[in-house]
Design a protein around this ligand. Structure first.
Ligand code: ATR
Length: 278
């Protein structure tokens, strides 16, 4: 019987997950279909019960359900518990098991362009996305992490909560800007620069370290002002398509045991978004 997968969220109409997962099923010879389901917060409980009743094989979870779904599942992997969010669920013999592939997806993508061992990394932002990324980056050997956020107390709380004071500091946005030249890698996790406010930038860049890597989780636009300016200053840059592809690939692997072609996923997303910069 054809296997069934999907994504639940709101809004969901513009999700690119069906595009890349259905293509990956075809490419990997998996007889399955992936569908986007619009689910409002007050319907989440019923939606999960429906997934169980229909025997859906697995699904992704996106905004605004990543946290609220946790108590509705049968078990949740430790990393997702720590991060406090689930983006992938697998149905194993009727038991719904939750995972988080956002943090790992980001770090796997980043490793394509940056060495992380012993590096000095700046994370801009301290929201949900930053949380998954911070937790996962902190597992890298010898890494030193600074988190700057408009609301500094949120960065402070994040570090305290994970007891990562030994390797992480919370700093103001101004401080991060003044120390910009010390960072090997800069990770942008806020919505600053996202369509339609494409002229916004979270902090001034000049000057940056030679050979620095800048990664922005935004993919609309494909090149944020931050990435454009960093590139002009000589940085290696990476947009949000890379994280998006890797988090999807890791979910696909959890469901099927096969790791799909992430370059193909990125290409599909890029074509879909009609862009030239990747
Ligand atoms: P997500 O789950 O996408 O990370 P979030 O949890 O709402 O979303 O976090 C949004 C992040 O973007 C936060 O770091 C937020 O800063 P605050 O904690 O100070 O709110 C940041 N952010 C959003 N709009 C911003 C803006 N206009 N200027 C600076 N930071 C902004």
């Amino acid at each position: 019987m054809k296997r069934l997968y999907g994504v639940i969220g709101s809004p969901i109409a513009h999700s690119m997950s069906p595009l890349i997962h259905n293509d990956a099923f075809l490419q990997n010879g998996v007889d399955a279909h992936y569908h986007a389901f619009h689910v409002e917060p007050d319907q989440l409980k019923q939606a999960v019960a429906g997934m169980r009743a229909l025997g859906i094989d697995g699904f992704n979870v996106t905004i605004p359900h990543k946290e609220a779904i946790i108590p509705l599942l049968d078990s949740v992997e430790d990393a997702a518990i720590q991060i406090g969010a689930v983006n992938t669920v697998v149905n194993k013999n009727g038991k719904l098991i939750g995972y988080n592939t956002d943090g790992r997806g980001f770090v796997e993508a980043l490793k394509e362009v940056a060495e992380l061992k012993g590096k000095h990394v700046l994370i801009i932002g301290a929201g949900g996305a930053a949380r998954a990324i911070f937790y996962t980056l902190a597992l890298e050997e010898g890494i030193q992490l600074d988190i700057c956020n408009r609301t500094v107390s949120k960065a402070e709380d994040l570090i305290k909560e994970f007891s990562l004071e030994r390797i992480a500091r919370s700093i103001t946005v101004d401080q991060a800007a003044s120390e910009m030249q010390s960072y090997d890698v800069v990770v942008q996790t806020t919505s600053v620069g996202m369509f339609p406010k494409v002229n916004d930038i979270p902090l001034p860049l000049k000057p940056i370290k030679q050979h620095a890597v800048f990664s922005d989780i935004i993919y609309n636009p494909l090149e944020t002002r931050l990435l454009r300016e960093a590139k002009a200053l000589g940085a290696i840059t990476q947009n949000g398509i890379h994280m998006f592809a890797y988090q999807a690939a890791l979910a696909f692997e959890i469901w099927t045991g096969k790791f799909p072609d992430t370059d193909r996923m990125k290409k599909l997303v890029k074509e879909h978004l009609g862009g030239k910069t990747c």
